[in-house]
Design a protein around this ligand. Sequence first.
Ligand SMILES: [Zn+2]
Length: 457
Amino acid sequence: MPIRPCLVLLLLAPAFGAAPGWDPRPGLARIQAEATANERAYANLQWLCDRIGHRLAGSKGLEAAVAWSRDEMRREGFQNVRTEKVMVPRWERGPEKAEMLVPVRKPLRVLALGGSVSTPQGGLEADLVKVGSLAELEGLPEGAARGRIVLFQAPWKGYGEYSEVRVKGASAAARKGALAMLLGAHAPRTLDTPHTGVLHYDEKVPRIPAAGISLEAATQMQRLLDGGATVRVRLDLQSREYPDAESANVVGELRGGEKPEEIVVVGGHLDSWDVGQGAQDDGVGCMLAMEAAQLIHRAGLKPRRTIRVVFFTNEENGSRGGAAYLEAHRAELDRHAGAIESDIGNGLIQGFSLDVRALQGDEARKQRAKEMVQGLMEHLKPLGAGRLSSGWSGVDIGPTVAAGVPGFGAGHDTTRYWDVHHTEADTFDKIDKQDLRKNLAILASMLYLLADMPERL
Ligand SMILES: [Zn+2]
């Protein structure tokens, strides 16, 4: 359905959650009309993906993206545009190769997990032992994984479970004496595209190499093992770690009218994995944030509060950008009226998740915040984005939210997202232009509401 300011609905809708005298509907209608024909978010994302490409912490790509973003914000007329220095880890993928040797020979597409150590030069060779979960690994009899490669493979049950295995699996396997870990892509689908993503080593056990393989390869090996076959794999991963490198969060503002000292943050993360183009994860979140702010400006609106666009650095393998933002802005934390993050691709936004974790234990204030936001969400219902949930908002705004700022996570439809994120397939061609425009209308509307509502949460 095309987005157009639906006058009938707008006229019939009561001014939910509004203070007397505040009616955001005319402003929202202008924003939504602007978004309908917007070309810039798409063009900017194309530039970021095709001209700059992927952007892992410590890479030339990320620093090129930081410089381009800063210049772009200046060209677009943002105020106080600056880069805020962040030291980030630097890990580099090297040549990598995997092959099933027994019972059939077959090359396997493989991606080292971010931070993985190398195999010995020339690779290592071992039989597989398959587990479906960390608990199953824990429960293996003594010696069952010793000298082997642990293969994690289980049906997709959502990202939370998958990422826990990815983060902790290598050290859990090392504790059992394994030589390496392979992780089947716990995505609903792959087209022989393995996934990467960060892992953490437990310093109490040896660091063993770990890599993602595709669903096609992992399920074939699972079937062979279930049938009683011995499956032997050769794995050769080379990677390097370097001292921390300098990067930066990119910040630009549009100054508010009545309450310019109060701030609403909107952003995503500029870094990506070192494969694909980081289009869905999270180039699109950044470009949406920048354009949402611009759209409000271009619609001739000046909301009460200052809008601050932040492109966070190093979300993927360190979350240092989010931590650095909090440190740099602690003194003005109580002037933050909210922080919005978009970091799960370009599927249509169906609503927002309200994250007031700092109010834990203060049920009355939590309830009041929820009611106020529920009022705002009524204005997003005509856009199909009126769903309000409670909980997680985003990794980058996480530290700021934990310190007391209300967080808002853009709730994108993730039906296709997990297929491509952290893979070679996270590229610009998957970006649907109409969905991007609709998301822009929704994000800009939410931003405008939070920046203009008379009283903050
Ligand atoms: Zn992301």
